[in-house]
Write a protein of this length. Structure first.
Length: 341
């Protein structure tokens, strides 16, 4: 369980800038897009920790590093996306990094308890967020001596491929946020193993990193959740039974990349996330009924359901003491769902 101090709240809220546009939601916080979204707080914070502390308990205002206590969570995400639109391509690049209190989980921002039930399907993980964080820390304007917020960053981040030899750049701003790269341009051909994502690095924040040899994903066609083709232009919602395994079918994609399916139910008291990374080269998978049972009934009692289906290539990267994902993604079929039971 973690409760953020006013100062930490300000730092995390500062992340909700243009730097988060298009990060996988939901996405997945993002959550119809499948983006884990730090700062997507559906709740606020508890004890303001104004008296300081050693970080040994939530809300005491310390990081714990002075006493060997809990270690801060230093993470982030770098994403380049290519979406095919008829004969053209819509592209984007986004990035964010954060240095959060021990126990912070970006998927469960706004909740104080995170559990990870074992999944029946080996390609899937489950996360359940409960215990909404109550509000007694005031507003951002009450941050007092927090001072200017400068988020961690690794300088400008550039993607180069065999197609995009000039490079597409996500630009770092003075406050540590990033300006998204957008355009109508082709970034890659599927199965290009020469893709390179590198940063300039920051002398005062995150060192430079250079990820070479990423495999560029190809867009899978006719991806279906059950009987619903989520790639159809008119499709923005579907329904399925939580008591029955959900078939996931699609045309085989690029070997070595993933088809990521994310299902999320959200209410004011609970959030449940199922994230499945299927082999993109295998066009027939399923999500077990036992796993679906962790979701709440979407469409009833104030519970909303969101899905995202996306071909991706993901590489875990470490720079300085930050560990984060570098993601190349193709298309993003996102929408809502309801459950029949």
């Amino acid at each position: 369980m973690v409760i953020l101090s006013k100062r930490n709240l300000v730092a995390l809220i500062g992340i909700t800038s243009t730097a988060l546009i298009g990060s996988f939601a939901g996405c997945s916080g993002d959550d119809s897009s499948g983006v884990t979204n730090p700062g997507n707080d559906s709740g606020t914070v508890g004890d303001d920790g104004s008296t300081g502390g050693d970080g040994s308990k939530p809300g005491d205002g310390g990081t714990g590093s002075e006493t060997g206590g809990p270690t801060a969570v230093k993470s982030g995400k770098v994403t380049f996306n290519q979406t095919s639109i008829a004969a053209a391509f819509s592209t984007s690049g986004t990035a964010y990094f954060y240095d959060a209190p021990a126990g912070y989980d970006a998927d469960c921002a706004g909740f104080s308890t995170v559990s990870t039930p074992a999944a029946a399907e080996s390609s899937c993980t489950i996360k359940v967020c409960t215990d909404p964080i109550s509000s007694d820390a005031g507003t951002v304007a009450d941050a007092g001596d927090a001072g200017p917020i400068v988020l961690p960053n690794s300088g400008d981040i550039t993607l180069k491929t065999a197609v995009d030899t000039t490079g597409t750049v996500i630009t770092a701003n003075a406050d540590g946020t990033y300006t998204a790269a957008t355009g109508i341009v082709k970034l890659w051909d599927p199965n290009d193993t020469t893709a390179d994502v590198k940063s300039n690095g920051s002398a005062t924040s995150i060192a430079a990193f250079d990820d070479t040899g990423l495999i560029t994903p190809g867009n899978v066609t006719t991806p279906k959740l059950g009987a619903t083709d989520v790639s159809a232009p008119a499709t923005s919602s579907t329904t399925f039974d939580r008591g029955t395994a959900l078939a996931v079918t699609y045309s085989a994609g690029v070997p070595g990349t993933k088809l990521t399916v994310r299902l999320t139910t959200t209410s004011t008291t609970r959030k449940a996330i199922i994230n499945c990374d299927f082999d993109a080269a295998n066009g027939a998978q399923s999500i077990a009924a036992a796993d679906l049972g962790n979701l709440d009934k979407a469409g009833a009692g104030g519970v909303t359901g969101a899905y995202s289906v996306q071909a991706r290539s993901v590489k875990s990267t470490t720079a300085s003491d930050f560990t984060f994902d570098v993601i190349l993604s193709a298309n993003d079929y996102a929408g809502s769902f309801t459950n029949g039971n």
